[in-house]
Design a protein around this ligand. Sequence first.
Ligand code: NAD
Ligand code: DAU
Length: 339
Amino acid sequence: MTTILVTGGAGFIGANFVRFVLRHRPSYRVINVDALTYSGNLENLTDIESDSRYRFVRGDIRDGAAMAALMDEADAVVHMAAESHVDRSILDSTPFIQTNVGGTQVLLDAARKSGRAGRFLYVSTDEVYGSLALEDTDAKFTEETPLAPNSPYAASKTGGDLLCRAYHHTFGMDIVTTRCSNNFGPYQFPEKVIPLFVTNLIEGKKVPLYGDGLNVRDWLHVDDHCEAILTVLEKGRSGEVYNVGGNNEQSNVELTHAILSLMGCGGEMIQYVTDRPGHDRRYAIDASKIERELGWRPTRSAWPGALRETVEWYRTNPAWWQRVKSGEYRRYYEQQYGG
Ligand code: NAD
Ligand code: DAU
């Protein structure tokens, strides 16, 4: 049995990744360590919580002693615990620096000192590259694009990303990094644009579109991302970075109209609001390296089908997002773990 320590496994991508690994790798065990911040939700994992190959540990990646103990049980680490929302980082960057930079350093040191933990995979983001111009429609981020993060969130993820590079270079640690575009799918916290817009419309509320709505994102289904992470973990070359993307660029206006149409709503439900400060204009990923070297490519992200399925998931799981939006979802683990 191979044991993977997943950090942040109670969040959106983490919960989907834990489920993906248990389903596709019968010889793997997963230890999920998560601090259960506002976005960590054990309800994302209720269907697998009694699986004998799965264990949850409530813990903070900034806690060196706790991370050292977990490293002694792990054959590999998939590190995705993070403060993940750009808008929150604009309001207060403190937890972003503490978790995304400081927490990553604590984890790296715990892994380095452990006699057991092998490969360390860092789940980074395409936001480390900054922004492309809208007019330059052919440009894409490659792994060689200079790092130029624009938000406090992106800068904090870049800090973690560069620490991984440095620990590989300096200490010879076996580290691989993925830099992925925007994910969509089930269990995404409804502060992010797709679940926010879908759930607002179900509630009869308008959707707040930032600025002129022309910003472009490259959308990837979360299960494609999970498969890419597992592929890089198992087959990636040590010290390498792999871009991951859906080849599925949509402007926010296009995305919004697609959601409105799936929900049977009209353009009057759009409310144009003040733009996000420093709002990156366009992200587009060149994912040819992971395809060429490791044979991964997205197979679940094509629109409109994948978007329709995701919208349908939120429509058929109102109890999940209503508890998240009302804050009621915290009761379950407060009963189990306190505070
Ligand atoms: P999320 O906010 O849904 O989940 C983050 C998880 O990390 C939560 O369960 C939270 O409780 C946990 N966490 C936060 N601080 C912690 C700490 N100090 N110690 C332990 N656990 C802590 O985020 P997500 O959207 O699932 O993103 C997961 C990772 O993927 C992040 O590293 C993010 O930067 C990266 N990423 C996200 C996307 C995307 O589109 N969502 C795209 C590319 C990369
Ligand atoms: O690109 C990868 C990144 O994608 C990840 O690293 C981040 O963790 C993840 O949050 C996501 O960042 P974005 O800022 O792109 O995602 P968000 O869902 O917040 O916004 C997507 C786009 O929609 C962005 O251009 C801003 C816009 N938007 C967002 C919200 C929340 C709106 O127009 N209105 C909104 O209310």
